[in-house]
Design a protein around this ligand. Structure first.
Ligand code: IMP
Ligand code: MG
Length: 192
């Protein structure tokens, strides 16, 4: 294979890889089995929070051997900053009916817990049969509201990470692994 196909653009901006591509693949397969086992006979209505959950949800859905309906919602919380900017807002809400359905909410990362608790509240108002949550990453040490996910890919330390759907200023989402940006790249004003 030519060298240009081997080097992943953007990967040189990482200081450290926290979760490798092969770790993600293995864990996503296992999570799919865990989720299928939790819904033995039911159709699952998956609600993915975009953009962050896009890559994770795309891979995970193919590993959940159950009938699935899919919808996406868009929530804004981080504005080109590495720290949360106030209260999350729902920018684009659901487009399918979730009353009496088993809802599985998917996000990329559980950090302060504000995003998922706001979204779970919204979903519960629509009278689903059940609501469960699944995140790829869990920064337990950063919680500001009391919230735990039902399915967690990897607990990680309190570091700002990018890759596999997670971004900094909408960049790095296409990295196949999750890692920490080099410090001098965490605040370039020209990216705002
Ligand atoms: P929370 O509301 O603080 O739990 O944050 C959840 C959202 O913040 C996630 O959906 C991500 O979009 C974003 N976020 C939190 N931590 C990180 C990170 O380390 N890298 C990239 N995005 C993050
Ligand atoms: Mg997000």
């Amino acid at each position: 294979m030519p060298a240009t196909n081997v080097v992943v653009p953007g990967i040189q901006d990482l200081e450290e890889i926290i979760v490798s591509e092969s770790m993600i693949k293995r864990r996503v397969r296992k999570l799919g089995e865990e989720i299928a086992a939790a819904y033995p006979d039911e159709e699952i209505t998956v609600v993915a929070i975009i953009n962050g959950a896009l890559l994770f949800a795309a891979d995970l859905l193919r590993e959940i051997r159950r009938p699935i309906r899919l919808d996406c919602i868009r929530v804004s919380s981080y504005r080109n900053e590495t720290r949360s900017a106030g209260k999350p807002e729902i920018v684009h809400s659901l487009t399918i009916d979730i009353a009496n359905r088993h809802v599985l909410l998917i996000d990329d990362i559980l950090d302060t817990g504000k995003t998922l608790s706001v979204v779970v509240k919204l979903i519960k108002k629509l009278n689903p049969a059940s609501v469960k949550t699944c995140v790829l990453l869990d920064k337990k040490g950063r919680r500001e509201v009391d919230f735990e996910a039902d399915f967690v890919g990897f607990p990680i330390p309190d570091q700002f990470v990018v890759g596999y759907g997670l971004d900094f200023a909408e960049r790095y989402r296409n990295l196949p692994c999750v890692g920490v940006l080099k410090p001098h790249l965490q605040n370039p004003p020209e990216w705002r």
